[in-house]
Design a protein around this ligand. Structure first.
Ligand SMILES: Cc1cc2nc3c(=O)[nH]c(=O)nc-3n(C[C@H](O)[C@H](O)[C@H](O)COP(=O)(O)OP(=O)(O)OC[C@H]3O[C@@H](n4cnc5c(N)ncnc54)[C@H](O)[C@@H]3O)c2cc1C
Length: 454
């Protein structure tokens, strides 16, 4: 039912979603003299980037936080906005925990059997080699795309030479962690596409030289705040409910406002596209594509201490315990080192199982796990901030949406193809830096360029 009291606004372009993709598109169009209205469902900008203050005022990132040196688009944007980055803390020993056994190590490779190390190295180099054969923008057209899109990541892993045991579990946790899913759920072609967009598996896994090398001073959300401040008309708490297009205009209906524009950029996670009513309705193939996208299940818990006490004891804060309440941890303290912050992650089935238990028990098991690894002080945080991202109404998953077998080869060309006056942005539509903040920024630039060149 149309809302008779809704405000009516006209603009050149309406942007749906004020995550990094939507903000980038809006900012670029605004800079080029287009009038833009941005409609955002949440009461904040940033989407899957969510910087909030701790009780003592220090900002922390509940969502995406790390930038790779290769992430030119977001690193350039940070520099343009006068926001600086700093290196993630890496000094000291890392820990791998397996069946209660603690293995202390430095560098990228834990102390596991030489056969397991060789198996992992072989598997990684195979994945990297296959990924390099994909055409970056159209991975679904690769010669062997059909074959790879029939497999799950687990099918491929089963065909590799990693002996069962801790090395195998570690590799599977790391790979599944990229998608926050179980290895049986994700198309092997989607893994290859992800790797293609980030150079190599090592880049995705690494801190130094890789995806976790840099953090943003003031939090990753600070850049989004500055971008938002440049825009003339950005409305928060304004979820878009329908988009209808005719030959000469598009009408976007949101809570309390109706925007008439020449074009619209839809920059929401793909699963949420189906919650917007399109008129004319989305074609069947697009509906099938959006139904297939699944948000990863990931919980990020920030455990805050007065000081990063583990550093003084020779630990980096980087630990892994596949299947445990803290599957992966990393030091996420601010540049000053105070307070000390450990970011702890659980993924896929482990995250779901933990979400089902009582919150007090969940917190207690997490703190016991951290204390076993880093010492008794780890059981006495000053604050714990937990976010189960797939339960967030306006995200429904993280870090990005993944695809099961058989979808990319059928519907891949639709991922970013405009539909009349509707253009699509979002990290899932980006080939380069697919799934990352940098991918979101690139997708916003691409959507803006489509409109500016039209
Ligand atoms: C826990 C976690 C850790 C991550 N870690 C990293 C990391 O370290 N480094 C990295 O590069 N990336 C990381 N990511 C991924 C990164 O955050 C995303 O790739 C990126 O933020 C996606 O941006 P986007 O603009 O495409 O989508 P989003 O950020 O999801 O933005 C979409 C926006 O649309 C809004 N919206 C949805 N539906 C509607 C509607 N109907 N009407 C209006 N608005 C709507 C949403 O509220 C949201 O603001 C992480 C993500 C999570 C959740």
């Amino acid at each position: 039912m149309p809302d008779p009291v809704a405000e009516r606004v006209e603009a050149d372009v309406c942007v749906v979603g004020a995550g990094y993709a939507g903000l980038t598109a809006a900012r670029r169009l605004h800079q080029q003299g287009r009038s833009v209205v941005v409609l955002e469902a949440r009461d904040r900008v940033g989407g899957r980037i969510w910087t909030t203050p701790l009780a003592d005022g220090h900002p922390i990132d509940r969502g995406g936080a790390w930038l790779a040196p290769q992430h030119d688009a977001i690193v350039g944007l940070a520099a343009e906005m006068g926001v600086s980055t700093y290196k993630t803390y890496v000094a000291g020993s890392h820990l791998l925990v397996d069946d209660g056994r603690m293995r202390r190590y430095k560098g990228l490779i834990p102390k596991i059997s030489p056969r397991a190390v060789a198996g992992i190295a072989w598997t990684q180099s195979t994945v990297d080699r296959l990924a390099r054969t994909l055409p970056i923008d159209e991975p679904w057209t690769a010669k062997r795309a059909q074959e790879w899109d029939r497999l799950t990541i687990r099918d491929h892993l089963d065909s590799c030479r990693i002996p069962k045991g801790v090395g195998h579990d570690l590799y599977e946790t790391a790979i599944a962690g990229l998608f926050a899913a179980d290895a049986t759920e994700v198309s092997f072609l989607h893994l290859l596409m992800l790797v293609r967009g980030h150079d190599s598996l090592n880049t995705l896994f690494s801190i130094e030289g890789g995806s976790q090398e840099n953090m943003v001073d003031g939090g990753a959300g600070s850049i989004a705040q500055l971008m938002a401040a440049e825009l003339d008309d950005l409305r928060l708490s304004t979820p878009v409910r329908s988009i209808s297009q005719t030959q000469d205009k598009v009408t976007v209906t949101a809570d309390g406002v109706v925007v008439e524009a020449r074009q619209v950029v839809v920059a929401v996670p793909p699963m949420l596209t189906l919650e917007i009513a399109f008129d004319p309705p989305l074609p069947d193939d697009r509906v099938a594509l959006y139904r297939a996208y699944t948000g990863g299940r990931e919980t990020k818990t920030l455990v805050v201490y007065e000081q990063p006490f583990w550093r003084g004891e020779g630990f980096s804060g980087q630990t892994a315990g596949p299947g445990s309440p803290a599957e992966v941890t990393i030091d996420a303290s601010p540049a000053s080192g105070t307070p000390g912050v450990i970011a702890s992650f659980s993924f896929g089935p482990v995250a779901e199982a933990r979400e089902a238990i009582d919150p007090a028990e969940r917190r207690a098991t997490l703190l016991r796990t951290l204390a076993d690894r880093l010492g008794p002080q780890a059981a006495r945080p000053v604050e714990v901030v937990e976010t189960a991202w797939w339960t967030e109404e306006w995200s429904r998953g993280c870090s990005f949406a993944y695809l099961p077998p058989g979808v990319l080869t059928r519907f891949g060309p639709l991922v970013r193809a405009p539909l009349g006056r509707v253009h699509w942005a979002g990290t899932e539509t980006s080939a380069l830096s697919h799934g990352a903040i940098d991918g979101a920024v690139r997708s916003g630039e691409r959507a803006a360029a489509e409109i500016l060149s039209g």
